[in-house]
Write a protein of this length. Sequence first.
Length: 330
Amino acid sequence: MTAAGRVTRRSAIAGASASLVSARARAAIGPLETNKIRLGLPVPGSSFLPIYVAAEKTWKANGLDIEMVAFRGDAEVAQALAAGSVDVSCQSLDGLLNLIAAEQPVIGFYAGFYQADFAWAAQPSIKSWADLKGKLLGVSTFGSLTDELTRYALVKNGLDPAKDVKIIQSGPSPGRMQALKSGRLDCAIMSPPDKWVAEDAGLRMLGTQADDVAREWPKHAFLASRKYIDANPNALKTLLRAHVQAIRYARANPEETARLLSKALKFPDKYADRAYREVIGGYNERGELPSAAMDVYWKIMIAGGAATSAMPNDKLIDDRFIKTFDGWSA
């Protein structure tokens, strides 16, 4: 028997113990109302790392059969959730605000993604925010999070977004990267890995979301209709347990997880490793909102017109699973 095929007494005991723990955990949660869940993501992205790990490592182990579907942005996945084309989405709080504004019976049930991972790349001649006066800045679309973050950072750095610069719609991050390289933009907000591609191409990292907006950010949340949450609490607890297991697996296995990220997102290995290191510290296992960032979040949402006032957390998140974390997460 080869070394790869040999089963040692220690590994057999470990496997039996893992099965026993899983059986106990399943018994603690109770029978699943369904094991089939359709999960929508707005776009591929490194901050969804635990979901990619769960797809490979923990969904099936927890008895789940999950169909994962990637859309072309928050608006599309929100529409799919509202129409019932997916059962659960993992998307931005901005998307949830839009659903609430449209009076859809949808709410978050777990947050815990704290990544503040955008950055502003600029031409090498631009050495400070003040040098952006009279320049062209690229965002994805007007009213998007990239637009709102850019306007906030400009104001924070002493510039008037309406007078001192010209903000233009430049599409997805790779398109903004090409516009920077060709000189059609002076500065643009970038997401991973394009911010590193820009840096490697000799462009200047003028600022980051972590430094110029907030160290943490309510990046994503799991959403579902209130009816679906009420009808499938055990299935959703199991989904969240698999998610927490994936976070823990990712922390314990950095090299393998970076490879999984590279496979999922088609990142070159060097960028997959950087992406792993950037996002891995930004997960709150309990699924809480990042309290330290919510004041800034609401300032930006109100300034951008996405909200007229700050909402209490219970209007955004049904916290029944957060409150019972210790019971389902083992």
